[in-house]
Design a protein around this ligand. Structure first.
Ligand SMILES: [Ca+2]
Ligand SMILES: [Ca+2]
Length: 194
């Protein structure tokens, strides 16, 4: 991906050829949509990845320090804009969270799995986030810096069923409230692995 292939909304802006700043500071919202839509052949396994960097954490604190509300990756129908699948690097503990630093997975907008990460997401260091889907197993695993954090098994609905209705796009988004920071994403990619 280069930043020329991305549509920006809200406070999101291009930092350099490879890096997008989704938000900076408090009470901000920003979205980056990769314009190229993806259509998967049957029985596809794939890896969707990006590098997240959350720095200048500011505002109110939870147990692991100030800063929120993380970065969300969404796979969204290109036509209906329906959210198919999402991964949230959540950096602020509110009622839905077990920890102020966890990965939360959503299928069609419903939360299906969550797990805390030992590595603090908003420590100003780059995190390689990989969403690895195996069609054979019907399982998605989210890794942060190569370490698996959370997995989810699709039971009746496989990811293939979900996304083969129509093409989808990748969306990266962030919002901040009374806790915030500077949220960067780079090296966004989607590759089939079969
Ligand atoms: Ca939260
Ligand atoms: Ca936190």
């Amino acid at each position: 991906m280069t930043t020329s292939s991305v549509a920006l909304d809200g406070k999101a802006k291009v930092r350099d050829k490879h890096t997008i700043e989704l938000v900076s500071g408090l009470h901000a919202k920003g979205t980056a949509t990769i314009k190229h839509s993806i259509s998967l052949p049957d029985n596809s396994s794939w890896v969707c990845s990006f590098v997240a960097k959350i720095m200048d954490s500011d505002g109110i604190s939870d147990a692991d320090g100030p800063g929120g509300d993380g970065i969300k990756l969404t796979l969204r129908s290109a036509k209906s804009k329906q959210e198919l699948f999402a991964v949230n690097l959540d950096t602020f503990q509110n009622l839905e969270n077990n920890s102020g630093n966890e990965i939360v997975l959503y299928v069609e907008g419903a939360k299906v799995a969550q797990a805390p990460s030992k590595e603090r997401f908003n420590d100003g260091k780059e995190k390689q986030v990989e969403v690895v889907y195996s069609d054979k197993l019907g399982v998605v695993v989210v890794k942060v810096n190569q370490k698996p954090v959370v997995a989810y098994a699709f039971r009746d609905v496989t990811f293939h069923d979900l996304v083969n209705r129509e093409p989808f796009v990748m969306v990266l988004s962030s919002f901040t409230g009374d806790a915030g920071g500077t949220h960067l994403v780079s090296d966004i990619s989607f590759e089939t692995t079969d």
